[in-house]
Design a protein around this ligand. Sequence first.
Ligand code: ATP
Ligand code: MG
Length: 414
Amino acid sequence: MSERIQAPRGTYDVLPEEAARRAEVEAIARRILGGAGYGRIETPVFEATDLFARGVGEATDIVRKEMYTFDDGGGRMVTLRPEGTAPICRAYLEHGMHKLPQPVRLWYLSSFFRRERAQAGRYRQFWQIGAEAFGSEAPEVDAETILLLAELLEALGVKGTRLRLGSLGMPETRAAYRERLQAYLHTHEDELPAEVRERIDLNPMRAFDADDAGTKRVMESAPRLMDELAPEDAEHFAQVRTLLDDAGLAYEIDATLVRGLDYYTRTVFEFTSDALGAQSGVAGGGRYDKLVEQIGGQPTPAVGWAAGIERMLMAGEGVRAPELPVDLYVALAAADARRAGFRLANEARRAGLAAQVEVAGRSLKGQLKHANRIGARHVAVLGAEGASVKDMESGEEETMPVEQVIPAVLRGRR
Ligand code: ATP
Ligand code: MG
């Protein structure tokens, strides 16, 4: 025997029961997001590498070490999408969506690819549901997206959620703050581990994310961006908070919240769940008013989020796959009924019934047991003289010519 080939590390198969659960997740997302005017969008699995290098940011972990990038054989560098926002900005531009009434609201359910250390809740191919709203800087849109995300998490039964909220202001404020933070970190270099020290110049805000005690102590007294926001950014943030307060959504203000993507401006947020272990992030997002410009468009304010499907399913028990009943199971009492049985099942399906026919050569007793196990509502046993149709719920049984089986099941289904 040859060596068995296995799925690549960090990937997994979605088996039928799980696929049915996910279809339910999708239906719930469509109801909530579609109901708020969000239209479904699907972009390609791969994009020009430049889109992410420019869009997500050269200094981010994603671009520096997590992307699956390759030459497609024709001298073009392409990347398997590591996130959904930059591709949707590209699509917004490419299809001239700025000419539509704004805001343009879009949502997606897609798979994404990051070369990360695989562990529970962290995969190399994973799925996200995301929503993006383009063309408005109104704080109502920030609040709307956050409230829709909260509603989605609730509808999926995600347990123990906490919302953290912050504001990053605009790039100029951030640049000035960044220099102050860098200066502060440099004066504390001897208290920081190498990996934090190395990033002082590249991405100092990530130091707020570090878990080691030394860095945590240093960061407690570090300057906070939220104390330095420009008045209009502080006002925008206050309005977002008021709208969330009005809606009764609980949140914590976190002045140290930094997201792993460079494109955020103003509002940023993250939902975590206490029901998850180390990978507690369920969803995150924020406003990205400069991103569309950064990839070559006109200035276009926008806000959005992405939620991890694996983590939502892990932290929730609310989603159950709907049962798919079998209306008719065609059992065979005699070997020469095979042809008639096959034909009956096919015709039943064409008449709109969910129908299956015995093909495994089981004994009649085995067939009835199987029909029971798959939840068949009716079983038609085909013999030499017609069929005997049993209603599995009432136990009623009736003998009839084969031609009458489908009408009888259709009648009984009502
Ligand atoms: P983390 O801090 O866990 O690395 P992140 O900040 O990289 O998350 P985002 O890029 O904001 O995550 O993506 C939004 C959501 O997508 C996360 O909250 C998480 O639920 C999910 N997610 C991100 N990366 C992965 C992954 N490798 N495997 C599974 N889910 C993921
Ligand atoms: Mg990450």
